[in-house]
Ligand binder design. Structure first.
Ligand SMILES: O=P(O)(O)OC[C@H]1O[C@H](OP(=O)(O)OP(=O)(O)O)[C@H](O)[C@@H]1O
Ligand code: HPA
Ligand SMILES: [Mg+2]
Length: 180
C-alpha cells in the first residue's frame, strides 16, 4: 500500500471483477444499440478504458474534461468545461462514465448539458458512489461500489494530481495534505 493511504478499499482484482460484471450488464442492456461512452477526464481514465475493453457490443468513446475540485478536498461547486465532446450528442444513446459521484455537481451539469443537446438517452455509470457527499439530487444508473465519507484516491482518482497511477483504490491519509 502507498504510504500516503490510510486503508485500501478495493484491490486491483476486486476492481477488475466488478468492472467486468458492469460491462456484462451494459452489454445486455444496450444490445443492438451503439452507445456513446463519454468518459469524464481525468478521474475516469482507467475505468473508461477497462470498461470499454470488457464490452461485448459495439460502442464509441469520447471524452469531456470538466473540473470543479482544483487541488483541494472539496468541490468549488462551479463546474467548468475544459474540453468538450468531439462527437454530436443528438440522437445518441449516451452513457456517461465517471469514477465517483460525490456532491453530484459534475454529473448533474454534464447530464443536463447532454440531454439539452438532444441525446436519445443519457445514463450514468460510476465506479464509485459516495452517498454521504451528495449536495444535489442525482443518482447513477450503474454503480460499482459504495464508499464511505472519506477522500479516496487511486485507479485514476487523484488528490492534487497525485495517486492516479495506483492500480487499487484507498482512503487518502490527510496527514499528507499539501498545505500552502
Ligand atoms: O460529484 P462531484 O462532487 O462533482 O465530484 C466528482 C467529480 O470530481 C472529480 O473530478 P475533478 O473535478 O477532481 O477532476 P479530475 O477528474 O480531473 O480529478 C471526480 O473525478 C468526478 O468527476
Ligand atoms: O473522494 C474523492 N477523491 C478524489 N476526488 C474526488 N472528487 C470528488 N470526490 C473525490
Ligand atoms: Mg480530481
Amino acid at each position: 500500500m502507498h504510504p500516503h493511504l490510510k486503508e485500501v478499499l478495493f484491490t486491483e482484482k476486486e476492481i477488475e471483477s466488478r468492472v467486468k460484471a458492469l460491462a456484462h450488464e451494459i452489454s445486455t442492456d444496450y444490445a443492438g444499440k451503439n452507445p456513446l461512452i463519454v468518459g469524464i477526464l481525468k478521474g475516469s481514465i482507467m475505468f473508461t478504458v477497462d470498461l470499454l475493453k470488457a464490452l461485448s457490443i459495439d460502442a464509441q468513446v469520447d471524452f469531456m474534461d470538466v473540473s470543479s475540485y482544483g487541488n483541494g478536498l472539496s468541490t468549488s461547486g462551479e463546474v467548468r468545461i475544459l474540453k468538450d465532446l468531439d462527437t454530436k450528442a443528438q440522437g445518441r444513446d449516451i452513457l456517461i462514465c465517471e469514477d465517483i459521484i460525490d456532491s453530484g455537481n459534475t454529473l448533474l451539469y454534464v447530464k443536463n448539458l447532454l440531454a439539452h443537446r438532444g441525446a436519445n438517452s443519457v445514463k450514468i455509470i460510476s465506479l464509485l458512489d459516495k452517498p454521504a457527499g451528495r449536495k444535489v439530487k442525482i443518482n447513477g444508473d450503474y454503480i460499482g461500489f459504495e464508499v464511505p465519507d472519506e477522500f479516496v484516491v487511486g485507479y485514476g482518482i487523484d488528490y492534487a494530481e497525485r495517486y492516479r497511477q495506483l492500480p487499487y483504490i484507498g482512503i487518502f491519509n490527510t496527514d499528507f495534505l499539501i498545505k500552502d
